[in-house]
Design a protein around this ligand. Structure first.
Ligand code: SF4
Length: 243
């Protein structure tokens, strides 16, 4: 059976503070976005709101990752729209059902040229480059491309780039999404949604299960029975009952 769900690539995650540094870097004038500036400010830019600094080992790991990044890209050349942003779109489903799908994107750039052209950038690190891993990455990219085309950005052209920030950094994938790619992504959304609905109908215990997603921006935690044991299961939407 095809795997349920989308957009979770395995492998070690980015070092703590990486996206904070990237955000601070891109707030500087283009000519100042250099490796030297990033390294000199790593400690300052990663300070928490309570004034805590990363540990020495964490800073050095983060700086290694920054060095890998600068081997692949020159941030002085990019026009960035957003860093670590949430993108979403309502996608048509059965009958009047609209599925609102969301995903996080490490970075969204504005591409030069006519029309609404965007480039999504994802950072990956570590993880064996198995077919399953690459398939996960591809699915995540496809979903994000769909959300960019159908959501508020109304992207007419979606480009993508996945930067692999290991000791031997490389561009893991670079792809311009075609209308056929977006159609395939829609089909995968529909198949996945049907499988989820089928699993919900046939399983007696379709309850919440703790996973990485719980800690990576789930906005339902305050209502989830895993974290709030007394929380009541929400009523099944009528559109599912009618199905
Ligand atoms: S917190 Fe609950 S609702 Fe959110 S991802 Fe985890 S299990 Fe799902």
């Amino acid at each position: 059976m095809q795997k349920l769900g989308w957009a979770k690539s395995g492998g070690p995650s980015l070092p703590r503070g990486f996206l904070k540094v990237k955000k601070a870097l891109f707030q500087l004038p283009a000519e100042e976005r250099t490796l030297e500036v990033a390294l000199a400010n790593t400690r300052l830019w990663t300070k928490s709101s309570k004034g805590k600094h990363l540990k020495v080992g964490e800073i050095s790991d983060l700086q290694d990752c920054l060095q890998s990044y600068f081997k692949l890209e020159d941030p002085r050349e990019q026009e960035v729209e957003a860093i670590r942003c949430m993108i979403e779109a309502d996608l048509p489903g059965e009958g009047s059902l609209l599925s609102t799908l969301r995903s996080r994107l490490d970075r969204l750039d504005i591409e030069p040229g006519p029309g609404r052209q965007f480039s999504m950038v994802m950072y990956k690190r570590g993880g064996a480059l198995t077919p399953e891993y690459l398939d996960d990455v591809w699915q995540h990219l496809s979903l994000c491309a769909l959300l960019l085309a159908r959501g508020k950005y109304k992207a007419e052209v979606v480009k993508s780039k996945v930067l692999y920030l290991s000791d031997e950094p490389k561009i893991l994938c670079q792809h311009d999404f075609t209308p056929e790619d977006l159609r395939a992504a829609i089909e995968l959304v529909q198949v996945t949604r049907d499988e989820i609905l089928e699993a919900a109908e046939t399983s007696e215990g379709f309850g919440a299960q703790e996973s990485d997603f719980c800690f990576k921006g789930c906005s339902f935690r305050s209502k989830c029975p895993i974290f709030v044991p007394q929380a009541e299961k929400p009523p099944t939407p009528e559109v599912y009952i009618d199905r």
